[in-house]
Write a protein that binds this ligand. Structure first.
Ligand SMILES: Nc1ncnc2c1ncn2[C@@H]1O[C@H](COP(=O)(O)OP(=O)(O)OP(=O)(O)O)[C@@H](O)[C@H]1O
Ligand SMILES: N[C@@H](CCO)C(=O)O
Length: 300
């Protein structure tokens, strides 16, 4: 979060998309991607709150107090113990919804960061409390922390609070996202995960989760073995067979591909080499997307 204060009671926030898990880092690792939503939040003198939406979600998301960004802003005023004035929220969105690019986390972060900027430094929660609030509000600390901080994050929860470590990815890492034309509910694909996993699979995935942090920050040559996972992707596969086929084809070609977040989008962590031209990409839009290194950026 990088506040730049000026006069006025409008906050403008830019938030990146995020890809969670990165293969073995289930519910822990996140990477910010340079696809952005923009929100403008203004305190009004009176009347009801007003929501305007352009781009992704327009005509589909509610335009009243149920709107995710507005609800996140309200939760922030509540945490600060400040009566919330009516608000005008204007959203200009490009992050696709329900594809595995963390749109709901970015919406939560946008609302919270905008409300913090309007509350001002004396009343707004501090950066640690913002991360914790956003993680609780969205339920996915891996997406939320990457969105707030940019770059690569490792998240964990200790004594009931969410925390994050921020890392700089190696500049040689070039993400390519294959955005699925189909949507998938995170809640539904979490429902496919078992309550228990074999100890051998946990140990296998623990070694890869440690290795992927090394690969992403210092040794991109290790990305292919480092992105193997046995904790979530095998169980989610039946929900989106085309995603599984594309991940397999990329990996067989030596490219470190994973399901992005809860899917069905695919994330390939490349080192800039051209992709094979016979990939099964029907139903996916292929985009080379830089890593976002700024996180949530706010102007008041
Ligand atoms: N900018 C937004 N404004 C309002 N509502 C949003 C916004 N972004 C997401 N949502 C809501 O969140 C839902 C998507 O949440 P979901 O957790 O299923 O997917 P995701 O966050 O896009 O992907 P993932 O968590 O797998 O990375 C949308 O259907 C919409 O209701
Ligand atoms: N770690 C979460 C991310 C959801 O965006 C999951 O895989 O369900």
């Amino acid at each position: 979060m990088r506040p730049e204060r000026a006069a006025g009671a409008t906050a403008q926030v830019r938030v990146p998309a995020t890809s969670a898990n990165l293969g073995p880092g289930f519910d822990s690792l996140g990477l910010a991607l340079a696809v952005h939503d923009h929100v403008r939040l203004t305190e009004l003198d009176g009347g009801p709150s007003v929501v305007d939406v352009q781009g992704e979600g327009a005509g589909r998301v509610p335009r009243d107090e149920r709107h995710l960004v507005l609800r996140a802003a309200c939760a922030t005023y509540e945490l600060a113990g400040v009566d919330r004035p009516p608000l005008h929220l204007a959203c200009d969105n490009t992050i696709p919804h329900s594809r595995g690019l963390g749109s709901s986390a970015s919406a939560a972060v946008a609302g919270i960061v905008a409300a913090c900027a309007l509350l001002g430094p004396g009343k707004a929660p501090d950066e640690a409390a913002v991360l914790d609030l956003a993680a609780r509000f969205d339920g996915h600390a891996d997406n939320v922390a990457a969105c707030l901080l940019g770059g690569l994050v490792v998240t964990w929860c200790t004594e009931g609070s969410y925390r994050a470590a921020h890392l700089e990815p190696d500049p040689a890492v070039v993400p390519v996202v294959f955005v699925s034309e189909h949507s998938s509910s995170t809640e539904a694909t979490r429902g496919l995960l078992p309550d228990r996993v074999p100890h051998g699979d946990a140990a296998f995935t623990a070694s890869r989760a440690a290795l992927v942090v090394h690969a992403l920050t210092r040794a991109p040559g290790l990305l292919l073995p480092a992105t193997e996972d046995r904790l979530h992707q095998p169980y989610r596969r039946p929900a989106y067979p085309a995603t599984g086929r594309l991940v397999d084809a990329l990996r067989e070609a030596g490219i470190a591909a994973v399901v992005s977040g809860a899917g069905p989008t695919v994330l390939a962590l490349t080192t800039g080499d051209p992709l094979p031209d016979d990939l099964p990409t029907s139903g996916f839009e292929t985009l080379q997307v830089p890593i976002d290194t700024d996180g949530a950026v706010v102007t008041v």
